[in-house]
Design a protein around this ligand. Sequence first.
Ligand code: ARG
Ligand code: ASP
Length: 708
Amino acid sequence: MKYFKILFLFITLQITAQQGGMWIPSLLEGMNETEMQSLGSKMSAKDIYDTNNSSLKDAIIHFNGGCTGEIISDKGLILTNHHCGYGAIQSHSSVEHDYLKNGFWAMSDTEELSNPGMYVTFIKRIDDVTKQAFNGVNDVMNAKEKQSKIDQNIAIIKKNVTKDDWQDVQVRAFYKGNQYLLFIIEKYNDIRLVGAPPTAIGKFGSDTDNWMWPRHTGDFSLFRIYADKNNRPAEYSKDNVPFKPKHFLPVSIDGVVEDDFTLIFGFPGRTNEYLPAIAIDQIVHTVNPAKIEIRDEALKIVDSYMRADDKIKIQYASKYARIANYWKKWIGENQGIEKSNAIAKKQKLEQEFININKNNSKYKNLLNDFDKLYKEIDDVALARAYWTEVSYRNVELLRATVRLYQFEEKVTADPTSFESERAKLINSSKGNFKNYNAKVDKDVFEKLIEIYSTKIPAAYLSDNLKNVNYSDLTNTIYGKSKLTNPEDFKSLLEGTQQQVIEKINADPAYILGKDLTKDFYTKINPKFYEINLEIQAVQKEYMKALMETFPDERFFPDANSTLRITYGKVKGYYPKDGIYYKPVSYLKGVIEKYKPGDYEFDVPQKLINLYQNKDFGKYGIDGKMPVNFIGTNHTTGGNSGSPALDAYGNLIGLNFDRVWEGTMSDYNYDPEICRNIMVDVRYILFIIDKYAGNKRLINEMKLVHPKK
Ligand code: ARG
Ligand code: ASP
C-alpha cells in the first residue's frame, strides 16, 4: 500500500512537473526548487541566482538586445547562435574574406574582430518593488490615473536606488502589471567576433528546416567581452583586456539521453499565456490568416526572382529569411492551436471561472468586458495587420514613403532639423538601394495592393485606393516615381525645404503612401491604442482574478525580455498518430540531407571527410556524432543563444528554435507537443576542434564529466 502511494506520488509529480513556464530567477525558492529537483536537478535556488556569491546567473548575458548568450571561459568567451551573430559576421565579410560562406576562426586574441554598436548586458540584482510602485494608487482612480501614479513612483524608485555609477537600472511590470521588479544592469560594449562556422553548418537547412524537427544545424558563433583594466565596461580600445566573469559555465562532454534534466537560462521576448479564448480566436481566425496571406504572396514572388537571378538572390536572402521566419511560425501556430483545441480549453476554464465568481462583483463581468472589447477592436486590429504587412513589411517602396512621411512631419514641425533629417534619409537609403530591385518590388506591390484594397475593413480604406485599376496604378507609380532608384531619389531631395516638400508631394508613390500612412497614424493606430488600453486594464484584473480563483495552479509571468529560467527534460514527441520523433539527431542526418551545391543543404567537404572517417575525437558516442536535441523547455523568441544546462549547471546545449507542432507555445504551452531545439554542445566542440582546428578555444574552456 505504502509502495503504491509513493509510486502514485512519484507519477503525479512527474506529470505535473512538466507544464512549462518561464520563471523569475530571484523567486525560485519553494515550488520551483522542489519541482526542478523532482525532475532531476541537483541545484538549489541559490546555485542559480545569488547576489552575495557567484551563481549561474553571472554567466548569462542579454546579447545585443535580442538574443541570449553565455560566458564559457574565464576570459569572457561568449557562446551564442550563428543567427544572432549573423549581422556581425556579415559586416566583416567581403568577396575576398567571405566569413559567412567559409566561416571565421580567430587563431589568437589579436585576430578577434571588433563590432561597433554591439553590446551585452548582465543582470547584477533583481529587487521586488511592487509595494513602492503601488504607493498611493487607489480604486477611486481610473486606469489612466493609476498608471500615471505608478510611473511617478517608478521614477522615484529609480532615482533612489543604490547602485554603482557604471550600472543601469530598469523597472519592469510582471503579471500584466500586478508586480514590479527592479533590475540592476551592467552593459559591456567592446564585443569581438571570435569564431563562426560556415553557413553550410551554422544555418544548415535554412528556411526549409526552420521551425522543424528533425534538425541538423550547428547554429552557434563565438564572441568575447573586453573590459578596461579594472574589468569594468569600456568603449573599444586596443588596450582593453578579456573580461573576467564572476562565473563561467563548465562544459559537459558526457552528453544527454532521453529524460535527462535540462534548464534553459535566458531572455525570452514575449508570450501571451493568459489571453481569453476570444483573443486567441481573433489571432487564429482574423489576424494570422491576413498576415499569412500577404506573406504567402510576397514570398512566392520574391522566391521566383531569387531562383532565376543570382544577384537578386544575394540582395533578398536576408529579407526573405526574415519574412519567412514568422510567416512559417504563424502557420504552425494556427495549426497547433486548432489541433490542441486550445480555444475550447480556454472556454472551459472561463466557464469554471464564471461559475466560481458569479457572486464576486469585481470579477464577474471581466469575461463580458473582454467579449465587448475584442469585438470592438476586431476591425481595427485587422486593418492594422494589413497596413503593417503591406505598407511596412513587404512593399519596400511603401516603406520608403512611410519614412518620407515621418520626414515631412518632422521638418514641418521643426524646420531647423531639415538639413540633418535630409542627410539621415539619404544615408539610410544607400543601404536600402543596394539590396533593392524595382522589378521585384513592383510585382509584390501589384499583388499586395489589391489584397489590401479588397480586404481591409471599408472604414479604413484610404481614398486613393477607392475605385482604382490596380495594374494602371502600379504602372504609373513604378513608371514615374523617383523613389525607385538612388539617382532620382537624390535629385528629389535637392533644393530648399519648400522645394523638397513640393517635389515629394508631387511624386505618385508618395501621394499614395502619404494617404495610407496618414490614415494609419490618424485613424488606425489611435483607435487601436484606445481600445487596447482598455483591454490591458481588464487583462490586469483578469490575471489577478485567475490567481485568486485557482490558488493551486502554477502561474508564471508572461515573457517580457527579462531574465528567466525554464526547465524540463530531454524528450521526443508524437507529431501525429503513429509517428514518434526521437529526441537526438546525428551527423548521419546531415549527410542524408546533403544536396551538393544547394544553398540550404550543401555540406563542406571537410565535414564529409570527418564523417566518413568517423573522426569525432572525444565528442562522438558509439561511433556517432550527435548534432541537435529537443526538450520540454518552454522557450520563445529571445531565448535563442540560451544555454541548456544539466542537473549540475554544466553546459550541455545551445537553444536556437522550437518544433513546428509547438510554435503555439506563445499562447498555449502544451507539454505533449511543445519542444525547444538545442545544438548538442559536443557538436559545437567537434566543429571548433576537429573541423576548425582551433585548439586554443577548446583549451580555454573547462570540459567536465559529471556523469562519470
Ligand atoms: N526560427 C528561429 C527563430 O525564430 C531561427 C531563425 C533563423 N533561421 C532562419 N532560417 N531564418 O529565430
Ligand atoms: N529562434 C528563436 C530566437 O531567435 C527562438 C524561438 O523562437 O524558439 O530567439
